[in-house]
Design a protein around this ligand. Structure first.
Ligand code: ADP
Ligand code: MG
Length: 388
């Protein structure tokens, strides 16, 4: 993978950067988690120092090929401008004559942010024609969007056919940190997986049952594992379709740690009665919404004995405070572990640790959710392959 430092003299050149500005905003457009914007700064600052004309591009949310007002990148324009202390120009689209005009007016050290790439269906279709138009704006391409590099999309893959292409500093940093886990992990290596759907994380679980020293499962996905073992989970949502695959795994493996007690309630609001019980006692009318205090202790002791910890996915329905305790405990266990090289990733996971002000306590915070999971499962990421 060629990196931006190998791009030679970039002064005066138009550089198209693919970023991952897929941030979390609330209904009023307020940014809840700007980690991905902050993580993009090193490459942008590097290009500023190199006196280039900087064209930034990103997708945001899922507009599905149409212009959607609430999915414009203006909140990113504003936040990025604040962080850099300079004006960021905003393009009305990501391709077309108006955009070309704005690009041609750019002076060295100026930044133009293109509008949401996914307003065009051609982006997700990896359209060659769209990639050609996009690449026509610039002379050099830099991929700094680790979080989107598992996608075969035009601005990630096809674009590299038309421009000299390099990895940005963020992509390089992610690649180096995560490669360490794949190639040369410190041991004991513990992988903590939580969150919503086990189907999206099965491959990782299978791989790390082989590779890791410990696997910890929490969150809604642990309910499916409990259910597969014949343990009552009440009316918690279960992914029946993965049960056959789960049963092929050695669920009794001593490496595998699953909840021993749980927090359950009749509904998710936090208004109904909340009970803490050993697993197996969940009533038919109850949902498991968090790990219990005994489980927190067990998980904590596994983590404290580790040298490397990877974490993706919350331990419970953390959006309601009463069910966020397990996730908070996990965040503290990992960030307080003196011997651990810690890597975390995932949209909800990073948003959570950011909210609790713990984000600086981890060794590496990946900007990738799906991309991190695929990379760690040993898959080649199309965006990284395209740079080779
Ligand atoms: P990430 O974005 O960090 O990869 P996921 O997208 O896999 O994580 O899952 C996050 C979601 O999982 C959160 O919205 C959280 O509320 C939900 N979740 C975790 N545990 C539970 C649970 N026990 N019951 C319901 N939802 C849960
Ligand atoms: Mg998520």
């Amino acid at each position: 993978m060629r990196t931006i430092s190998e791009a030679g003299n970039l002064a005066g050149k138009k550089v198209l950067v693919r970023n991952d500005f897929n941030i979390t905003i609330d209904d009023s457009g307020k940014i809840l988690d700007d980690y991905r914007i902050r993580a993009s700064l090193p490459t942008i600052k590097y290009l500023l120092e190199q006196k280039t004309k900087i064209i930034l591009s990103s997708h945001f949310a899922r507009p599905e090929g149409k212009v959607v007002g609430e999915m414009r990148l203006s909140p990113v324009q504003k936040r990025l401008g604040e962080l850099l202390g300079i004006e960021i120009k905003m393009a009305p689209d990501c391709i077309g004559p108006e955009v070309e005009k704005l690009v041609n007016q750019l002076k060295n050290d100026e930044i133009l942010l293109l509008e949401n790439l996914r307003f065009h269906p051609e982006e997700e279709a990896n359209s060659d024609d769209f990639a050609k138009k996009l690449s026509g704006l610039a002379e050099v391409y830099v991929n700094d969007a680790f979080g989107a590099s598992h996608r075969v999309h035009a601005s990630i893959v096809s674009v590299t056919r038309y421009l000299p292409s390099f990895a940005g500093l963020l992509l390089q940093k992610e690649f180096e940190a995560l490669s360490k886990v794949l190639e040369n992990p410190e041991r004991p290596l513990t992988v903590v997986i939580g969150g919503a759907k086990i189907s999206t994380k099965m491959k990782l679980i299978e791989e790390y049952l082989k590779k890791a020293d410990h696997i910890i499962l929490g969150g809604a996905l642990a309910n499916t594992v409990l259910h597969a073992q014949g343990i009552a989970v009440g009316k918690s949502l279960i992914e029946e379709e993965v049960i056959p695959d789960l049963k092929k795994l050695k669920l009794t493996d001593t490496k595998l740690h699953i909840p021993v007690d749980v927090v359950a309630s009749a509904d998710k609001t936090g208004q109904a009665e909340i009970k803490i019980d050993p697993v197996g006692r969940t009533g038919e009318g109850e949902l498991i919404l968090d790990i219990g205090p005994e489980t927190e202790k067990v998980f904590d002791s596994v983590i404290r004995a580790s040298k490397m910890v990877i974490w993706n996915g919350p331990m419970g329905y953390f959006e309601v405070d009463k069910f966020s305790h397990g996730t908070e405990a996990m965040a503290h266990s990992i960030s307080n572990c003196p011997t651990c090289f810690s890597i975390i990733g995932g949209g909800e996971t990073t948003c959570f640790v950011e909210k609790f002000g713990l984000i600086d306590n981890f060794s590496h915070v990946s900007t990738g959710g799906g991309a991190m999971l695929e990379f760690l499962a040993g898959d080649k990421l199309p965006g990284i392959e395209a740079l080779n």
